[in-house]
Design a binder for this molecule. Structure first.
Ligand code: PEP
Ligand code: MN
Length: 338
């Protein structure tokens, strides 16, 4: 940490801060310039409160040097985390494919999607039973019935399931039926929910909030790890910008940047990232080339009848073509599709 003093701050104020830091077990190194003094602080700066330091007399600005997160950081764990769910690896040299409809609508619909996906080798079935809809009159999901349908269908096809948890009160119920707990964009900073899923051992699929920074995403993951659950899968799903021609802006630079900062796997969701099915293949290829650990793609047997996100859903045949399309890119970057 660097503490920049006001121009001409008296020696007494500098001495007061040095004493304050020493009392906290840190090693302050004052650098006295012609106009102002700067104090470099050696030690565990996460224990210091920046805004309290800034309130001390004579302090102009406090700059952090270390990242505010610890457990998710690659500095803490240099090797990449690989999460295993029902024998499927997420991370490492694997490219994990999560696919399924936005919402679980019926057993027939789930069967019509899971059967072709399983035949194509997809092992992670994703679908929403509790849906975070912008308006209260839109389809809210089948709830418990949706969880039961998805679990039955996935079992028939030897797949693992991933579904969204909206409410901390539903965590136990969802843990009984699903393999991976999704936290959606709208809940990325629902700290009560993050702590609650942190108490489970289920992998958590954590989507970036639509106006959250990468640092905020990593701090949200830190909440889960700090409660004892190390199995977090990050997801870039696009952010809200001034752009109107795509549903969201999908910043793929997040992938290599997150890989530098964190050991956690990162998946890209081009379905919500662009919101238009014809743009999805190009963004899938770009995501793999950028180093993504997997993709999450919405697939529906009959998109024009879908109860949510039909416009961005592929039919299983289109998904099959997409898989063929992305294979050369996956091979080129040394990834095995799983
Ligand atoms: C979803 O995954 O269907 C969803 C609602 O996504 P997001 O939280 O990214 O909007
Ligand atoms: Mn959706």
């Amino acid at each position: 940490m660097i503490i920049i003093m006001e121009t001409g701050a008296e020696q007494g104020k500098v001495a007061h801060i040095i004493k304050h830091l020493e009392e906290k077990g840190l090693q302050p190194v004052p650098l006295v310039g012609t106009e102002r003094t700067v104090i470099a602080v050696i030690g565990e700066e996460r224990d210091l409160n920046v805004s309290r330091l800034e309130a001390l007399p004579g302090v102009r600005r406090v700059l952090r040097v270390a990242q505010p997160y610890k457990l998710v950081s690659r500095e803490t764990q240099p090797e990449s985390t690989v999460i295993e769910v029902n024998g499927v690896k997420i991370g490492g040299d694997h490219l994990a494919m999560f696919a399924g409809p936005c919402s679980v609508e019926s057993e027939e619909q789930m069967e019509a999607v899971a059967e072709p996906l399983a035949k194509l080798g997809v092992k992670l079935l994703r679908g929403g039973a509790f849906k975070p809809r912008t308006g209260p009159y839109a389809f809210q999901g089948l709830g418990k019935e949706g969880l039961e349908i998805m679990a039955r269908v996935a079992k028939r096809h030897g797949m693992a399931t991933c579904t969204e948890v909206l409410d901390p009160r539903d965590v136990d119920l969802i843990c009984q039926h699903a393999d991976i707990l999704q936290i959606g964009a709208r809940n990325m900073q629902n700290f009560t929910l993050l702590k609650e899923v942190g108490h489970t051992k289920k992998p958590v699929f954590l989507k970036r909030g639509m106006s959250a920074t990468v640092e905020e995403l990593l701090l949200a993951a830190e909440y889960i790890l700090s409660e004892g659950n190390p199995n977090v899968i990050l997801c870039e799903r696009g952010i809200r910008t001034f752009e109107q021609y795509v549903r969201n802006t999908l910043p793929l630079a997040t992938v290599p940047r997150v890989k530098e900062l964190s050991h956690l796997p990162i998946i890209v969701d081009p379905s919500h990232g662009v919101g238009k099915k014809r743009l999805i293949p190009a963004m899938c290829k770009a995501a793999i080339a950028a180093g993504a650990d997997g993709l999450m793609i919405e697939v529906h047997p009959n998109p024009s009848e879908a109860l949510s996100d039909g416009g961005q859903s592929l039919v299983p045949e289109q998904f099959a073509e997409l898989l063929e399309d992305i294979k050369p890119i996956a091979i080129a970057v040394g990834r095995k599709i799983s």
